[in-house]
Write a new protein. Structure first.
Length: 393
């Protein structure tokens, strides 16, 4: 629940938005909710949902950028002296490398105590030519070179510890110490972290009453949701907390009691809850993977169009999934480039594979374009229907 107000700089006349630090989360519910913002003459505020206080603080302390600029700023003309020492520690100049310190000792050494397993087939290769492979009929030795059958896993190696030349495994070298470096000591020349001197802020001003908002010309609602049928009524803007509480008692509290009673009376049984529509924030992947992905993606696109950073923070699972997808595609491309086939295919096989790959690429391209277009159009439509007009000043 964001609280943003526009503040006028008394020196320049320019307006700047002030955003509440660490705004509280909105409540997702099927029932009517009552949102209340109270700004008091003592420059404090309070945010309530359904009469429960979620956030309170000060207009002068809990917003960014701050209402009033600092009285002092760093002197832009001040420069750090050339002989200023900021290193708190230095290598001990009197330390020497121990005589028994071997910098060239390897990190790992061969395990001399290891023994070759009794069933190790040292004279058997790991792979053998495929005995069932046949030379293609159209293979031309003069044009294509000598044909060799593809290699397959040696079946004799399946039920033993291993095949081929045996080598002892490596183990951590107990004598390994790595590169020697002198220990660190306190720097006698250390002067501390340098900072420029402070000067009076030429742009300083002090507004002690930012709660005195200018007259409001309009009120709007900005909603980050893909849910429809969200309505607003009984809006009160005034100077009396008592009047606001009275309106809430006459409207919200009456309706809320009826809604709770109706919900309790029509509460579905446990086996009927599977088909109950949920908010995107309430969905679980295990319940309906397709619905979960579609709703989360739609919500991410809607928020991303306005604020990419907020989209990543609000729907991190989609951002993370897209990152994993990109990495996977890159890995597959690298694998396709770096990998090689064990067998040498015939010309007809190569041509058939090429046609198949070409068709698959075209189909994938068309499907991706259609999916992106549909998602973007759907998100645009949802935003136009469900987003509020503007922030209130």
């Amino acid at each position: 629940v964001h609280f943003i107000f526009r503040h006028k700089n008394p020196k320049t006349g320019e307006y700047e938005e002030k955003h509440l630090k660490n705004p509280p989360m909105a409540r997702i519910s099927k029932q009517t909710s009552l949102y209340t913002l109270i700004v008091r003459p003592d420059q404090t505020f309070e945010l309530k949902v359904d009469g429960t206080s979620l956030k309170n603080g000060s207009l002068l302390e809990d917003f960014t950028p701050a209402v009033n600029p600092p009285t002092e700023i760093d002197d832009p003309e001040d420069k750090k002296p050339a002989d200023w020492v900021e290193e708190a520690q230095i290598a001990d100049p009197e330390a020497t490398k121990p005589a028994d310190w071997d910098e060239d000792a390897p990190f790992e050494i061969e395990d001399t105590e290891a023994e070759k397993p009794a069933d190790w087939l040292e004279n058997e290769p790991l792979q053998i030519p495929d005995p069932e492979a046949e030379k293609p009929e159209d293979w031309d030795d003069e044009e294509d070179g000598d044909w060799m059958p593809p290699l397959v896993q040696n079946p004799k190696c399946d039920d033993v510890s291993g095949c081929g030349p045996w080598k002892a495994p490596m183990k951590r070298n107990p004598e390994y110490k790595g590169k020697w470096s002198a220990p660190m000591i306190e720097n006698p020349a250390y002067k501390g972290v340098w900072a420029p001197q402070k000067i009076a802020n030429p742009d300083y001003f002090e507004d002690k009453t930012p709660s005195k908002f200018e007259p409001m010309g309009a009120i709007g609602f900005e909603l980050w949701t893909m849910q429809n049928d969200i309505l607003f009524d009984n809006i009160y803007i005034g100077h009396s907390e008592k009047d606001a509480a009275a309106l809430a008692k006459e409207t919200f509290e009456v309706k809320n009691a009826v809604e709770k009673a109706e919900e309790e009376a029509t509460k579905p049984k446990k086996d009927e809850t599977k088909d109950t529509p949920k908010s995107p924030m309430d969905l679980k992947f295990a319940d309906d993977p397709v619905l979960y992905v579609r709703e989360k993606l739609d919500l991410f696109i809607t928020i991303f169009k306005r604020d990419p950073v907020q989209a990543i923070q609000f729907v991190p699972e989609v951002a993370g999934g897209l990152a994993v997808l990109i990495v996977t595609v890159i890995a597959l491309l690298l694998g396709a480039i770096g990998g090689g086939a064990a067998a040498a295919p015939s010309k007809d096989q190569v041509k058939a594979k090429a046609e198949q790959a070409k068709k698959a690429a075209v189909d994938t391209k068309n499907q991706a374009a259609e999916a992106v277009s549909s998602s973007a159009q759907a998100a645009k439509s949802e935003v136009q229907q469900r987003s509020g007009a503007a922030k209130s000043s």
